[in-house]
Design a protein around this ligand. Structure first.
Ligand SMILES: NC(=O)c1ccc[n+]([C@@H]2O[C@H](COP(=O)([O-])OP(=O)(O)OC[C@H]3O[C@@H](n4cnc5c(N)ncnc54)[C@H](O)[C@@H]3O)[C@@H](O)[C@H]2O)c1
Length: 321
């Protein structure tokens, strides 16, 4: 049966794909986004383009910290909360204020609104960054968290707030810890986007460290499938890893990209960045068991799709010369 749902961060990389998948199954989707200036608005408008003309979709431009959330949630049965200030590297220093505003304050404001509406299912986009420098691999959900960046600390705080509101006010919520998401529309600050673009434009690309750091990479459609399930299913657990089952070193990922594009990368090795972690590797036993989640996209296939999208967007931007 079709549902009325609210998606925050609907102009973003993952949020826009989630909205499309919800509309495909005929849910009525209200999307919210305030177009933060973290990366160019061009990409977000591009992400929204097809959504805006689809029946069943309405868009509200605004910041979750100012909007009338009670009215927006009045007739909704699921809230998918993906809006955030993302990015590990930018989260130090003065920029931290944006992380507090868009992550902690906005999430707390949503939770306060949900207090009065405990029937609404709340799905929160958390991150593998809450684990930081853990030593247990693959990493299960119940290890002690040790975020290694201010960004990770804000996501851990949001998870903690969710758990407080669930315990004290009966909010029906889950946190999904997404592991490095990639695919068409990936954010321009993310490594795969930067690498593909640099190779296509024959510019040097920077690797922080020696490239041996490895990531559990998750194709965006697998993330979306898990997020849909989380909205539909009542679960025993409140926190789930969402990994992709493709754990590779950055160097290997670059090899795959060069092969797909048939071009050589010009790599510059720089010092390791603060906040980066050497390895991520999700234990996905819990989400497999409780949601039947099964990531289906190989790294080769997913990167090929991202590369094709990147070629198209560069052509549109007129920068491939
Ligand atoms: N991309 C990844 O690899 C990854 C990994 C782990 C977790 N996540 C989480 O998944 C979610 C989506 O990530 P993404 O990569 O699509 O990011 P994104 O930056 O592309 O999308 C987030 C969107 O939220 C909007 N937004 C931010 N603050 C807002 C506010 N206060 N009010 C309204 N809109 C606001 C932004 O304008 C942006 O369009 C985020 O919560 C992110 O932290 C992403």
């Amino acid at each position: 049966m079709s549902k009325k749902v609210l998606v925050t961060g609907c102009a973003g990389f993952i949020g826009s794909r989630l909205c499309e998948a919800l509309l495909d199954r005929e849910d009525e989707v209200q999307g919210i986004d305030c177009f933060t200036d973290y990366y160019p608005r061009f990409f977000k408008e591009h992400n929204l383009e097809t959504l805006l003309s689809r029946p069943g979709f309405t868009f509200v431009e605004g910041d979750l910290n100012n909007l009338d959330l009670a009215s927006l949630l009045a007739d909704r049965s699921v809230l998918y909360h993906l809006a955030a200030q993302a990015g590990v590297r930018a989260s130090w220093g003065r920029e931290f204020e944006a992380y507090v505003h868009h992550n902690i304050r906005a999430t707390q404001r949503l939770l306060e609104t949900l207090k009065e509406r405990p029937g609404i299912r709340f799905v929160f986009a958390s991150s593998s960054s809450v684990y930081g420098l853990v030593r247990q691999f693959p990493t299960p959900e119940d290890v002690i968290l040790g975020p290694n960046s201010p960004y990770g600390a804000t996501k851990a705080t949001c998870e903690h707030l969710l758990s407080l509101y669930a315990e004290n006010w009966g909010i029906d919520g889950v946190a999904l810890r997404y592991f490095t998401v990639y695919g068409p529309r990936q954010r321009p600050d993310m490594a795969f986007h930067k690498f593909l673009r640099a190779i296509l434009e024959d510019r040097p690309l920077d690797i922080y460290g020696d490239g041996s750091q490895s990531r559990d990479c998750t194709y965006v459609d697998d993330i979306v499938a898990a997020t849909l399930r989380a909205g539909d299913t009542r679960t025993r657990s409140r926190v789930f890893n969402v990994g992709g089952g493709s754990r590779r070193a950055l160097r290997d990922i670059l090899d795959v990209m060069q092969e797909i594009l048939g071009r050589k990368a010009r790599i510059r090795y720089l010092d390791r960045e603060r906040g980066d972690v050497p390895r991520t590797h999700a234990d996905i036993t819990r989400i497999r068991e409780e949601f039947g989640y099964n990531p289906g996209t190989s790294l080769e296939e997913g990167l090929l799709r991202e590369a094709r999208w990147m070629e198209g967007i560069l052509q549109e931007m007129g920068s491939t010369g």
